[in-house]
Design a protein around this ligand. Structure first.
Ligand code: EPZ
Length: 404
């Protein structure tokens, strides 16, 4: 591989910010928004409750002046996990919200108990009938909330419900992912009173109302990490323009350990790997700023090409090794035992027809195809399009042999 690719805006920052836009009785301009199917799905949900949504290139305009419904459409809600953010956001505008249990990638259990426990502390009551959840509140009341696990979504939902609550909310044990800080920056631009984002404790003082605002979405650290790992696995060099290096320390550290040369420039990351790839030994996925679970499947492919045995432990989700079945059909010889995957290394991958079953596993299959002999056809491309604007376009820019 040899080329340059500009990194798209962050999916996991854009989705909660889109949910947050319903808190604003007016226009929000969200710039550098990735044109991916999860964003399209969220836009459909916003339109279904009365928002007006328009695109201008990569700028998304959401007018939430007249939110008039709060019963969310099953068709879209069950397609993706981040629809659950609308619970916290809509409760800032409506006394009752009804939605189906959210969908999302099949990467393990996706309960929302931590979300509901946090909302309950803020004065929200909920009832569940089969797969439908109704949440209601008289008045949102600030509270102290200690998260049992730093859940990204639950932290975001609590912030969304607290910004217009009466009084002060103190969140402790919060997630520290950059997407939390992005959401808080958007809300503060609109007049919210928040401090401590990016640390484990966030303090929110409720305000009466939020005002029209605009925000530029940061680059996607997981998309950048995907392409960085593809160069690691397949060899060559690339410039990842606008890659958020300051959010990618863990993945850059592993890439350096495996033999890549990386340079962080002002406007991106340069990576070159033309020497032997060396096993990083054991890697464990962790909450931010540790090695991200969303890059676990791509890293498996790089480990399969490295000299020496490797082990990858998935500590965040309890079912994120599904993709190994398809990778083993390409001769990767991964052995999964519980939360650990073991690889022998220096595998000669053989191209074949494989099926993506979720977003990041799908991206890993494309990377495996770039390392394999012969042609690999990755089916179910729609899973990949949930989070990558155009993975074929991007790999073509990196002069990798990928096609539609
Ligand atoms: C967000 O999912 C991301 N999605 C995921 O990215 C990412 O993998 C994950 O955070 C971890 O970083 C979006 O931001 C849209 P969690 P989320 O709540 O919020 C358990 C991708 O590929 N948990 O931090 O769902 C849960 O089961 C996607 O872009 C509960 O038990 O993640 C999991 O084991 C995939 N109860 C762990 O916490 C709850 O109420 C982490 O979940 C909530 C979560």
């Amino acid at each position: 591989m040899c080329g340059e690719v500009r990194i798209q805006g962050s999916k996991n920052a854009a989705l909660p910010i889109l949910a947050a836009s319903v808190l604003i009785p007016g226009m929000s301009r969200i710039a550098n928004c990735p044109r991916i199917s999860d964003v399209t799905c969220m836009c459909r949900i916003l339109e279904s409750i009365g928002c007006r949504v328009t695109w201008e290139k990569h700028d998304l305009f959401v007018d939430a002046s007249s939110v008039r419904r709060s019963c969310l459409p099953q068709e879209y809600v069950t397609r993706m996990r981040s629809s659950v953010m609308l619970m916290g956001a809509l409760l800032g505008r409506c006394e009752e919200v009804t939605l189906d249990y959210p969908g999302g990638c099949v990467i393990g259990d996706r309960p929302i108990d931590i979300h509901l426990a946090a909302l309950k502390k803020l004065g929200v009551f909920y009832e569940q009938r089969e797969n439908v959840l109704t949440v209601r509140r008289k008045k949102l009341q600030g509270a102290g909330i200690e998260f049992p696990f730093p859940s990204v979504g639950a932290t975001e939902n609590a912030i969304l419900a607290a910004v217009l609550a009466e009084g002060e909310t103190l969140l402790t044990g919060c997630a520290r992912e950059p997407e939390i800080s992005a959401l808080c920056s958007f809300l503060k631009n609109a007049g919210a009173c928040i401090e401590g984002e990016g640390t484990g404790s966030i303090r929110i003082r409720g305000v009466e109302k939020l005002c029209e605002t605009e925000y530029v979405i940061e680059s996607d650290r997981i998309v950048a990490g995907t392409y960085l790992i593809s160069v690691l696995a397949a060899g060559g060099e690339a410039f990842l323009k606008e890659a958020p290096a300051e959010q990618m320390e863990a993945v850059c550290r592993i890439a350096g350990q495996m033999g890549a040369r990386l340079e962080t420039w002002e406007d991106g990351i340069f990576i070159k790997r033309n020497k032997e790839l060396i096993s990083p030994g054991k890697v464990k996925t962790l909450v931010y700023p540790g090695f991200p679970t969303d890059l676990q499947s791509p890293l498996l492919v790089a480990m399969s090409q490295a000299e020496g045995e490797s082990c990858l432990e998935e500590s965040i989700f309890n079912g994120r090794f599904k993709v190994t079945e398809e990778l083993n059909r390409m001769n990767m010889d991964i052995k999964v035992r519980g939360r650990e995957a073991f690889l022998s290394g220096k595998r000669r991958l053989m191209g074949t027809n494989v099926l993506a079953q979720e977003l990041r596993g799908g991206a890993a299959l494309v990377i495996a195809g770039l390392c394999a002999e012969g042609i690999t056809i990755v089916g179910n491309r729609h899973f990949i399009d949930r989070g990558y604007e155009d993975i074929v376009r991007d790999f073509r820019k990196l002069r990798a042999q990928a096609g539609n």
